[in-house]
Design a protein. Structure first.
Length: 157
C-alpha cells in the first residue's frame, strides 16, 4: 500500500470516529396549543411519566413548523387555525448534550377527532391554564408559567 493510500485510510477512519463521538445536534418541537376557550392541550405518554406539551422530534427533511403540525395531528387529532408563533428555543440536556426544543404558541386549535389511547399516548385532553393536572411535568408547568408571564423565560428546558 502506498503512503498516500495509507494516509487516506487513516483520515477516513478518523472521520468515522469523530462522527461517532460528535453526534449532530437534535431538534424537537413542542406547543402550547390553546383551544378557543383558552385551555391547553396536554398528553400523557405510555412510556414517560406525567403530562407534557404535545410535540416531538424534527425529522430529516422537515421544517420545524411541518414537524409541529404533524405532531399536533398525531398526538391529539389537532389542527391549527392560526399560524404558530415561536416562543423560544431551549437547551434540553435531559435528552442529550446536543438537544434543543423549539416552543411554539398555537392559538385556536381544533380537535378534529378525539385521540383514543394507544401504545404511545395513554391520555390526552384540554386543561384550564390555571388548573393543570396533578401529573403535569415541571417543564410543562414552567413553560406555561413563562407564557403567562408569571416567571422569566428560561434557556434550559
Amino acid at each position: 500500500m502506498s503512503d498516500i493510500h495509507f494516509w487516506q485510510k487513516i483520515v477516513r477512519q478518523g472521520q468515522r470516529i469523530v462522527g461517532l463521538l460528535l453526534r449532530p445536534m437534535t431538534l424537537g418541537v413542542r406547543a402550547i396549543a390553546l383551544d378557543d376557550g383558552g385551555r391547553v392541550f396536554l398528553v400523557r405518554h405510555s412510556y414517560l411519566p406525567g403530562f407534557h406539551l404535545p410535540g416531538g422530534g424534527v425529522e430529516r427533511g422537515e421544517t420545524a413548523i411541518v414537524s409541529l403540525m404533524r405532531e399536533l395531528k398525531e398526538e391529539g387529532g389537532l389542527e391549527a387555525v392560526e399560524t404558530p408563533s415561536l416562543l423560544g428555543l431551549y437547551y434540553n440536556p435531559r435528552h442529550s448534550r446536543r438537544d434543543h426544543v423549539a416552543l411554539y404558541l398555537v392559538r385556536g386549535v381544533r380537535q378534529t377527532k378525539p385521540r383514543a389511547p394507544d401504545w404511545e399516548i395513554a391520555e390526552s385532553g384540554f386543561f384550564p391554564l390555571d388548573d393543570l393536572p396533578a401529573g403535569a411535568t415541571p417543564s410543562t408547568r414552567a413553560r406555561i408559567a413563562e407564557y403567562l408571564r408569571q416567571t422569566p423565560s428560561a434557556h434550559v428546558w
